[in-house]
Structures are given as structure tokens and as C-alpha cells.
Design a protein around this ligand. Structure first.
Ligand code: ACO
Length: 446
């Protein structure tokens, strides 16, 4: 065996462990092994191709760390989720969504003065540019709220071009305003899209707290003011907190990848919203309720439905079940399940969909198919039942997810821009297509 070729690493700020050795094409390569603060280990292959000509292949990024991050820690085996080190259970129990948003974006919990300033910024920037209303007026009533949300967020770059031109390197103050603007306006856009869909006049934001303001814009009307209810406000805060970040999931990775081209913050967030929309990601919450309604309306025995989702010849899966990272109960689902019962009790609603969901869970958790694959309820399984009880229409569930996830996307986008070395995202591939061949003019083709 020839001499070992030592491949330099990129992540010198992480703890370095005993290097890994890779044998390929009769050569030995030494690759750095690094460790994060929670003991997660990675082989740093950044320079492997330069040294050996090999890339790594990993469809769906199932085993690829695309960045280092200080924001969110997940242990999927143990069912742990922490934002900036703080367990999700503590934030869910004691924090507000606005406080959590500040924590994610700024890396620390705000003190009183910081909290006041952040709240004021949110209130100050809660209205949308009056000219944007022309967009709303032109939209078809039946447009999906996610289509409206993504278009409107992208259009913020038209109406607020200051940040659009900075590509993420705006000064602190400018970025703080852009962040507040996004977090605040997204809620106004969401509520306006609902009003548009039901043909009611828009209700403008007021100086209420974040969730109360959203409920007011959704459910007040010129003839009746929405009666605020602390259980509903608390439940909404909780749902948004639980969705606020989840490290490098599909939509967050999209925000980072798109943002890595140095396009502006609004365009990057718009891309994240589109990625979230899909039923395998944030769109699952809408699909869960549709599944429960399908079971109810067609009187399908729950056991039979479970057999259907296990059948590989059938396309459907049990929506709201399974997760790429959690191989144990999703800690967010545990918290939501409890709140779900509380909200329904408080609202004196006994939604039969909850009974169907509970039965589905009970059967699935004891079924060998789900046990073998470590499939548990995820965050989307019970959230829709709460949204439904609050009065939010099913096609807006994913919008609610987007409102919650926004601070996480912003924090990840900001972290990427602040980190060095900054690299545009650009994965490799293994080409497996035809070898070189000549162009054939159309008349000579078979
Ligand atoms: N119902 C039935 N079978 C399932 C389910 C499900 N919900 N989820 C996974 N499986 C099965 C797969 O068929 C596969 O079986 P096999 O090994 O016999 O082929 C096995 O479990 C592994 O599934 P993968 O798709 O390889 O797992 P992956 O980690 O790629 O997918 C995902 C994760 C997309 C979340 C998947 O579990 C799923 O489709 N769940 C339903 C949709 C959903 O709830 N999405 C929301 C996720 S949470 C979020 O994004 C906020």
C-alpha cells in the first residue's frame, strides 16, 4: 500500500477526532472526523473529490450534513428537540411565539427592553402596502392559500426593495426591520387570503399581541368583533412555537440553497413556502384531516384503513405518521395531542375526527408494520384537529405551518450568510445517461 494521502478538512472550528481511513482504487486516504457539541460525528469529505476523484452519493440527503448550525438540536432516536439549547417542552409550556422567534433569530431569549422593541417592530410593520391589495383583488377566490402566500411573500421584494438588493448582507438595523416585516406581514397576508376566499372585507391589524392580532384579522368583521379567548390564543402560540424550526428539513434546506445564490431574503423564504406546501412535508396536516374525514364519511373501519396504507400496491400512506429523523415519538406530537384534548374540551366540541385519530394511532402503534419501520405520529397528526376547532379552514393548515416556521427559516438564512467560508450550494451527481452521440436532423429520425 502506497503512502496515506491526508485530505484536509473544512470544519476546523469543530472538535477533531481520530481521522477515518478510506481505501479506494488501491490508495489510502485519511479523512478528518469532527464532532459537534452534542457528540454528533461526521466524516468531513469536502475535499475528497479534489484528492481522489470520488464524490459521495446520497439520494434525498439521507446521510449528508449540509452545514454546521447553532440553532436547533434534534435527537431522533430519543425524541429530543431543542431551540438554541432550550427543550421544546419548556418553550411550549412557558414562552410566547414572539419570544421564541426572537430566540431563534438572535440566538438568545430577549430581555424586557429587547422584547418591547421587537413587539413594537412587529406592530409597526403589520400592515401590508396598500398597493399590494391590487394583487389580492385580482386573485381568483378559490386560489390555494399557499399559492397566495408564496406569491405575496415574493412580491414583498417589489414593494420593499431595500433588502431585496442587499442579497442578505444588509446592515443589522435594516435586516431587523426586514425580519420583523416578514414575521408580521405573513400573518396579515394569511388572514387577508382567508377573507378573500370567503368574500368578506379585509380586517386590518391592530395593536394586539401576535396571535390575538391574527385571530382578529381572521375572524372579526365590520359587524362583529371576534371575541378573544385565552385558551385559543395559548393553543395558537403553542402550535406556532412547535413549528418554529426543525433544522435541515426540506423547506429549510430549500431556503438555504436558494439563499446561497445571494438572492434576497423574501425570495428565499418564498422558495421555502413552496417546498413546505408538498404533502410529504408541511402539506401533510391538510392531508391528515382529509384522511380522517374520508374515513368518517365513508364509514371505513379504522383497522381496514390501516391495512390499506400498508399495502404497497396502493398509493396512500398514513398521513401524519413517520418522519425522516424521528424514529421515536415526535416530541411535538406528544405536546399537541395533550393540547388538542384541552382545546376541544374548552370549546365544548367533541369532534369525532379526534376519536378516529386516536383509534388510528392506537392500532398503528401496535401493528408490526409500523413497529418495524419505527413509524410514530408526527407534528401534523393532531395539529389539524386544533386548527379546525379554532375555525381555521383545512386548506389554510399549511399556511399556519408556514407562519410558525418563518422564524426558523430566517434564523437559518441569517446563520448561513454569517458563516465563513460562504459557499453557493451546488451538489454533484453521477451521470448515468447515454454516451456521446451525434445530433440527427428531424427528417432522418426514425
Ligand atoms: N404510512 C405507511 N408507510 C409508511 C409511512 C406512512 N406514513 N411512512 C413511511 N412508511 C414506510 C415506507 O413505505 C417504507 O416502507 P418499506 O421500507 O417497506 O419500503 C418505510 O416506511 C420507510 O419510508 P421512507 O419513505 O423511506 O421514509 P422517509 O424517511 O424517506 O420518509 C416521510 C419520511 C416522508 C415523512 C414518510 O414517513 C411519509 O411519507 N409520511 C407521511 C407524510 C407525512 O406525514 N409527512 C409529514 C412529515 S413531518 C413534516 O414534514 C413536518
Amino acid at each position: 500500500m502506497a503512502d496515506t494521502i491526508i485530505i484536509p478538512g473544512e470544519y476546523r472550528n469543530l472538535k477533531q477526532l481520530e481521522p477515518a481511513r478510506l481505501h479506494v482504487d488501491g490508495k489510502e486516504y485519511e479523512l478528518p472526523v469532527v464532532e459537534g457539541t452534542e457528540g454528533e460525528r461526521a466524516i468531513d469529505i469536502t475535499n475528497l473529490r479534489k484528492a481522489s476523484g470520488h464524490v459521495t452519493l446520497d439520494a434525498g440527503y439521507q446521510n449528508t450534513g449540509s452545514c454546521t448550525s447553532n440553532i436547533t438540536y434534534i435527537d431522533g432516536e430519543k425524541g429530543i428537540l431543542r431551540y438554541r439549547g432550550i427543550p421544546i417542552e419548556q418553550l411550549a409550556e412557558r414562552a410566547s411565539f414572539v419570544e421564541t422567534a426572537y430566540l431563534l433569530v438572535h440566538g438568545k431569549l430577549p430581555n424586557r427592553a429587547e422584547m418591547r422593541k421587537f413587539r413594537n417592530l412587529l406592530t409597526q410593520h403589520s400592515m401590508i402596502h396598500e398597493d399590494m391589495l391590487t394583487f389580492f383583488h385580482g386573485l381568483p377566490r378559490e386560489a390555494h392559500p399557499m399559492a397566495i402566500l408564496s406569491s405575496m411573500v415574493n412580491s414583498l421584494s417589489i414593494y420593499y426593495p431595500e433588502v431585496a438588493s442587499t442579497g442578505g448582507e444588509g446592515n443589522g438595523e435594516e435586516l431587523d426591520i426586514a425580519v420583523a416585516r416578514l414575521i408580521s406581514k405573513v400573518r396579515t397576508i394569511a388572514a387577508f387570503s382567508y377573507k378573500k376566499s370567503i368574500g368578506e372585507p379585509f380586517v386590518y391589524p391592530t395593536n394586539y399581541t401576535y396571535c390575538a392580532n391574527f385571530l382578529h384579522m381572521m375572524f372579526s368583521s365590520p359587524i362583529q368583533k371576534y371575541k378573544l379567548n385565552h385558551v385559543v390564543i395559548r393553543a395558537l402560540n403553542l402550535l406556532l412555537i412547535l413549528h418554529a424550526d426543525h433544522e435541515q428539513n426540506c423547506s429549510t434546506s430549500t431556503v438555504r440553497l436558494v439563499g446561497s445564490s445571494k438572492v434576497n431574503l423574501y425570495a428565499s423564504i418564498c422558495a421555502g413556502i413552496c417546498a413546505l406546501w408538498g404533502p410529504l412535508h408541511g402539506g401533510a396536516n391538510q392531508k391528515v384531516i382529509e384522511t380522517l374525514e374520508y374515513i368518517r364519511d365513508n364509514n371505513i373501519p379504522v383497522k381496514k384503513y390501516i391495512e390499506m396504507v400498508k399495502d404497497k400496491d396502493k398509493p396512500q400512506r398514513l398521513m401524519g405518521f413517520g418522519h425522516r429523523v424521528y424514529r421515536n415519538y415526535d416530541p411535538r406530537a406528544k405536546i399537541i395531542k395533550k393540547t388538542c384534548t384541552e382545546v376541544l374540551e374548552h370549546m365544548k366540541s367533541d369532534d369525532p375526527l379526534l376519536d378516529i385519530a386516536l383509534e388510528l394511532e392506537e392500532i398503528a402503534l401496535h401493528d408490526q408494520y409500523f413497529i418495524d419501520r419505527k413509524l410514530y405520529p408526527n407534528v401534523d397528526f393532531y395539529s389539524g384537529i386544533i386548527y379546525k376547532a379554532i375555525g381555521i379552514p383545512t386548506n389554510m393548515f399549511t399556511v399556519m405551518f408556514a407562519i410558525g416556521r418563518l422564524p426558523g427559516w430566517i434564523a437559518q438564512w441569517k446563520e448561513m450568510h454569517d458563516s465563513a467560508p460562504f459557499k453557493i450550494g451546488r451538489p454533484r451527481q453521477i451521470y448515468n445517461g447515454p454516451l456521446i452521440r451525434d445530433y440527427v436532423p428531424i427528417d432522418e429520425r426514425e
